[in-house]
Design a protein around this ligand. Structure first.
Ligand code: PEP
Length: 253
């Protein structure tokens, strides 16, 4: 089975109601105007915009995702959102273990794994993020770090149908810096190998591995044409319709 390219936007903590609805409407119009795309689109707005964005995307083939969830179904977890709540309002995806959550909220591989299991139980697909810091890269530990993150944060029973991996070097996020295509190719191949060890070769070969970190229309082709790169997780550039769609166009979608 061919791996369908996934073009995913992570809006992070950006957008008030009017901005989010405008952006979603712009994406809706642009996606519909071409008709047939050779990729899957996903947007992940902040929790506060999910319901309005869902409405604004009506009729377009753009999936809705959240940026995090708790592992519990309900209960005494002030400020958290559960997978069943996300499912109810129309999400089909949730991003887990983004490096900003790992850094800002001390999220461990173990916690991310637990969240992923809970999300899958509710029928949500997960995008599990991994990636090395600049210091780890400089110390030559990139492959080791990513392999350990795969081993720890991906559930044992994850499949290509419920899980997507995003390789995002922390130092490339929002900085305009990117690894070389050769580096990305090498890490993605190593990630697929680590996945094969964890969930079996058949599953690993079908699982999508996205690249994330300063993806723009200008470098989309370079990264998304690599053999083990199956799409992009896009931060800053996903906040502009032309850039988000430009990435898809330039990636051959
Ligand atoms: C991200 O945070 O997931 C990301 C890749 O951000 P940016 O595209 O802005 O580097």
């Amino acid at each position: 089975m061919a791996r369908k390219t996934l073009i995913a936007g992570n809006w992070k903590m950006n957008g008030l109601l009017a901005d989010g609805v405008d952006l979603a409407k712009g994406i809706n119009t642009a996606v519909k105007s071409k008709g047939k795309w050779n990729c899957e689109f996903l947007v992940c707005p902040p929790f506060t915009l999910l319901t309005s964005v869902k409405k604004a995307l009506r009729g377009a083939k753009v999936a809705l995702g959240a940026q995090d969830c708790h592992f519990a179904e309900k209960g005494a977890h002030t400020g958290d959102i559960s997978p069943v709540m996300l499912k109810e309002i129309g999400c089909s995806y949730v991003i887990l273990g983004h490096s900003e959550r790992r850094a800002d909220h001390g999220e461990s591989n173990e916690l991310i794994n637990k969240k992923a299991v809970a999300a899958h139980q509710q029928g949500l697909k997960t995008i599990i993020c991994i990636g090395e810091t600049e210091a780890e890269r400089d110390a030559g530990k990139t492959i080791n770090v990513c392999t350990l993150q795969i081993a720890g944060s991906v559930p044992d029973d994850a499949t290509a149908a419920d899980t997507v991996i995003a390789y995002e070097p922390v130092w490339a996020i929002g900085t305009g810096k990117t690894p070389t295509a050769k580096d990305v190719e090498e890490v993605h191949a190593a990630v697929r190998k680590a996945l094969a060890k964890k969930i079996g070769k058949g599953n690993a070969n079908k699982m999508r591995i996205l690249y994330g970190g300063s993806v723009k229309p200008g470098n989309a082709k370079e990264f998304l044409s690599l053999p083990d790169v199956d799409g992009a997780l896009i931060g800053g550039a996903s906040l502009k319709v032309a850039d988000f769609l430009g990435i898809a166009e330039n990636a051959g979608c």
